[in-house]
Design a protein around this ligand. Structure first.
Ligand code: ADP
Length: 156
């Protein structure tokens, strides 16, 4: 591993990946040499889509992009960062609710890592800030046109 390279971890459930996620990732590629998309797989959480499917859609979305890597993890995000020697976490902010939630995680992470891991927040563009995986899952469940909110490769 090249320690001079700037690598960010973008953690999330991606259940499923949305145009909101992909926009944040594309913008962050201008800031980092490489981005590891880290799919959380918590056995206590109920996902709509299997890890295999969530991973497959992300792989297809960023097909042939050598700056993107995809991993899954079960532990705390900061523990996974330490294991991978990653110093930056990337998060997207849509609104004040995201901000309040992320702020608490940020301060907790600073304490737990002795300020060794920095979190970089990108504000969502207005035309992406209303998109969430939860809304997409609801549209899918009720047979709506989910394709307006997700990368083209996401097909049921
Ligand atoms: P989690 O399960 O932790 O909520 P998500 O898969 O929902 O994870 O999201 C992962 C990251 O992507 C989070 O930082 C979240 O704020 C960000 N994100 C999700 N949707 C959007 C969006 N529409 N615009 C910008 N950021 C987003």
């Amino acid at each position: 591993m090249n320690f001079n390279k700037k690598i960010a971890l973008f953690p999330g459930s991606f259940d499923p990946i949305t145009l909101g996620h992909s926009h944040i990732i594309k913008r962050a590629l201008k800031l980092f040499d490489s981005i590891i998309i880290a799919i959380g797989n918590n056995f206590k959480k109920k996902y709509m889509f299997s890890l295999k499917k969530r991973k497959y859609w992300i792989e297809k979305t960023f097909y042939l992009n050598s700056k993107i890597k995809i991993e899954s993890y079960k532990e705390l995000t900061i523990s996974f960062c330490k294991k991978k020697k990653i110093k930056f976490i990337l998060r997207g902010l849509r609104n004040f609710k995201d901000f309040e939630f992320e702020k608490n995680i940020f301060f907790s992470n600073q304490l737990l890592t002795n300020n060794k891991i920095e979190t970089i927040f990108l504000l969502s563009y207005p035309n992406k800030s209303y998109i969430s995986s939860a809304i997409v899952r609801e549209i899918i469940k009720k047979k709506g046109n989910y394709s307006l909110f997700v990368p083209q490769v996401v097909k049921l």
